[in-house]
Design a protein. Structure first.
Length: 236
């Protein structure tokens, strides 16, 4: 199956990662802010490319987040080390791998995105996207050669869950751009070679929807800073 659509945006692309959990009562306002950012793109000069990344360390407190992944918890711990934090927390936003803030702080989020958008990024192109069962094939090309680790995330556009237990018991929670698969694809891999993400191999086994997005970014292997980022809507 060939997937149509290339995706487009205005302004400097900026990666916005929200670390969140359905077991955390402080997280729904951050989830809502991320959804508003995704829909309204309210920071002038920036194209916010958002990801909702669900951690696992709340799961033992009454509610297992169906979107949580150990891989995401480890990613957040790596950010904490790089950014000099004593511990991880939710809700946390990391902007372009370089700045972190409380995920529900709208003013701080706008400032961080605006600051990140001042730094020009080279363009990435996502090409040749096809599905083969649970396997997504694609290629990524940097229009200006870049040295960095290529990371790909497959995210579901929107989800809705009725939480039965834990701190959010009785609430229906909504999320956007929920990461369902996340892989490092190697250094200097944005050269047009064929790449793949396999949904069947992900630890996140909640049922998948049809409307998804592919987000790819190049990150500095030492600092984690995002050097380039792009997204493309896809359908399963």
């Amino acid at each position: 199956m060939v997937v149509a659509g290339t995706g487009s945006g205005h302004g400097q692309p900026v990666l916005v990662e929200l670390f969140t959990s359905e077991g955390c009562s402080s997280c729904p306002p951050a989830d809502a802010l991320l959804a508003r950012l995704d829909a309204e793109q309210f920071v002038p000069g920036a194209q916010a490319i958002v990801l909702s990344e669900h951690v696992t360390y709340w799961n033992q407190l009454g509610w297992r987040d169906p979107f949580s992944m150990d891989q995401i918890s480890e990613r957040q711990r790596e950010y904490a080390q790089r950014l000099g934090l004593e511990s991880v927390y939710t809700p946390q936003v990391v902007v372009d791998g370089a700045a972190e803030l409380v995920g529900s702080d709208s003013a701080a989020l706008s400032r961080a995105i605006s600051n990140a958008a001042e730094k020009a990024k080279p363009e990435l192109k996502i090409e040749h996207v096809t599905w083969d069962g649970d396997m997504l094939h694609f290629a990524v090309r940097a229009l200006v050669p870049q040295h960095g680790t290529l990371v790909a995330a497959l995210a579901e556009d929107a989800t809705q869950v009725s939480v039965a237990r834990g701190e959010n018991a009785g609430r229906t929670l909504h999320h956007v751009a929920v990461v369902r698969a996340l892989n490092e694809l190697g250094k200097d891999a944005a050269d047009g070679r064929t790449l793949a993400l396999n949904l069947a191999e992900t630890a996140n086994q909640a049922e998948y929807g049809k409307a998804m997005r592919l987000v790819v970014f190049l990150a500095d292997g030492r600092t984690g800073r995002v050097l380039a980022v792009a997204e493309r809507p896809i359908a399963r």
